[in-house]
Design a protein around this ligand. Structure first.
Ligand code: BG6
Length: 484
């Protein structure tokens, strides 16, 4: 990557997110030559008193677990670890951040032939931290660590607030410190291969352009299932719940890409303008369009209160009031401790008019995009039953990435998004106004759940979730002749 010496500062370096996602993503970029040793350094910052080696030890296990390790993995890992150093300090300590700035300056000056060098430098701050400390940490970064010889960029992780007013408050605080082009709000679903493919698939194929609308599409399902529960994150999770954890961000972003109009160009601002427009057309959510659930045993976690009404499962039907989508329900479903791990988009088409082959009762046309596991896109359609008979049967046109793109290594979401940040491409990041509308959509519902107006149904671990959710999807028009 061109553009001067780069320092990546990982704030919250000893935390879970940094160990599991941030450092491994940096490692993958390093392995592929995107972070050359002579022009990059990585500094971890956290409260724990650690030496450089302690931090390296903490992350090495996660690096080794990375897929696609190179043949000479050991020495590559070593070289990567050598780029990492550590500064310890509190998140509200001026002294800590002054130290951090000194550490950055010193790596910049060693690598950059003196602090007065005319070569520009780049500083990327990754806030792998709980949102409660964002305001103080960003203030500290702003007061003590801004780059005077090039750009400063800041990556923030969700949750961006808990509802509209807290999100607006956070946006205001961050907005006073950094400009919008310095802020990168990560939603890692935007870094997934199939999600990134959505716009290309929709707008670069003549097939899809004329049929992608209310005349042909009956309903759209966007589904996220996990086959494990909150796994020790109960305390965090109980404050947020599945709607804030998955739906208001990840699945809503996917909905935007499925439903938005064609942007005038692939410029990030043009794309995000269209996303905001479609979000603004989402109607207020009605109680009868919601089923929430909590898996049995969720409250066994000692950090979860006994009277918790926090959903670990939700099905919400969203309705978009515009010319393209009026009358087409978007069934959004997410749950933990379900019967499998999968994320997919199912676009279900209407029945065939004048059904001479009696194919409608066998199942509808569907276009399915599987985000994970094993990326795939396939079309469910009716073909002649091969052989002597003339009847129709259901089959698939299948593009499974593992088969078709055998030699391509699909990058991890965080890896792509980090590279985008370094390159200054905000297309796959959430803009402030997008975030605001996303909260406008869900805040009234979240408040109704919090005051107990809508109650969680319980469901057994390893199940499909409450049967009422399937009934809701069916009421909304989803025909489950086959499929999930
Ligand atoms: C995170 C949520 O944002 O996404 C987790 O906080 C969830 O609860 C995770 O498990 C799912 O991400 P992925 O990429 O595994 O689908």
């Amino acid at each position: 990557i061109q553009g001067g010496f780069l320092t990546v500062v990982v704030l919250g370096a000893s935390g879970d997110l940094a160990k599991k996602k941030t450092f491994p993503a940096l490692f993958n970029l390093f392995k592929q030559g995107f972070l050359p040793s002579d022009s990059v350094q990585i500094i971890g910052y956290a409260r724990s008193k650690l030496s450089n080696d302690d931090l390296r030890q903490k992350i090495v296990g996660y690096l080794k677990a990375e897929k696609n390790a190179l043949q000479d993995g050991e020495s590559v890992t070593k070289k990567f670890l050598n780029l990492i150093s550590y500064v310890s300090g509190a998140y509200d300590s001026k002294e800590g951040f002054v130290q951090l700035d000194k550490a950055i300056q010193s790596v910049e000056s060693v690598e950059n032939e003196g602090p007065d060098s005319s070569r520009s430098t780049r500083r990327l701050f990754y806030l792998a931290l709980p949102p409660s400390v964002y305001p103080q940490v960003s203030k500290m970064v702003h007061e003590n660590c801004m780059n005077k010889h090039g750009w400063t960029r800041v990556i923030v992780e969700k949750p961006f607030g808990k509802d509209l007013s807290s999100a607006e408050e956070l946006s205001k605080q961050l907005g006073e410190l950094f400009t919008e082009d310095q802020l990168y709000r990560i939603d890692h679903y935007l870094g997934k291969e199939i999600v990134q493919n959505l716009l290309v698939m929709r707008f670069a194929n003549r097939f899809f352009i004329p049929i992608w609308n209310r005349d042909n599409i009956s309903n759209v399902q966007i589904v996220f299932r996990e086959n494990f529960g909150t796994e020790g994150r109960g305390g965090y999770f109980d404050e947020y719940g599945i709607i804030r954890d998955i739906i208001q961000n990840h699945l809503l972003q996917v909905l935007c890409l499925v439903a938005m109009e064609k942007p005038v160009s692939v410029n990030p601002e043009d794309i995000r303008d269209e996303k905001v427009k479609v979000l603004k057309a989402v109607e207020p959510i009605r109680d009868e369009d919601v089923v929430i659930g909590q898996y049995e045993g969720y409250k066994d976690d000692p950090t979860v209160p006994d009277d918790s009404n926090t959903p670990t499962f939700a099905t919400v039907v969203l309705r978009i009031n515009n010319e393209r989508w009026d009358g087409v329900p978007f069934i959004i479903k997410a749950g933990k401790a379900l019967d499998g791990r999968k994320a997919e988009i199912r676009v279900q088409f209407k029945d065939v008019p004048g059904d001479i082959f009696k194919c409608n009762k066998k199942g509808r046309n569907e276009f399915v995009m599987r985000l994970q596991p094993s990326e795939a896109m396939y079309m469910k359609l009716t073909v002649k039953q091969p052989g002597l008979e003339m009847g129709g049967t259901q089959s698939e046109l299948d593009l499974s990435y593992g088969e078709r793109y055998k030699d391509v290594v699909i990058p991890e979401a965080y890896e792509r998004l980090l590279l985008d940040t370094i390159r200054g491409d905000q297309q796959h990041f959430v803009r402030r106004d997008e975030l605001k509308v996303a909260w406008e959509i869900f805040t009234p519902l979240l408040h109704r759940i919090e005051c107990g107006k809508i109650k969680c149904l319980t469901y057994p671990q390893g199940s499909r979730g409450p049967p009422e959710a399937d009934a809701l999807a069916q009421r909304a028009g989803y025909n489950r002749t086959y499929g999930y």
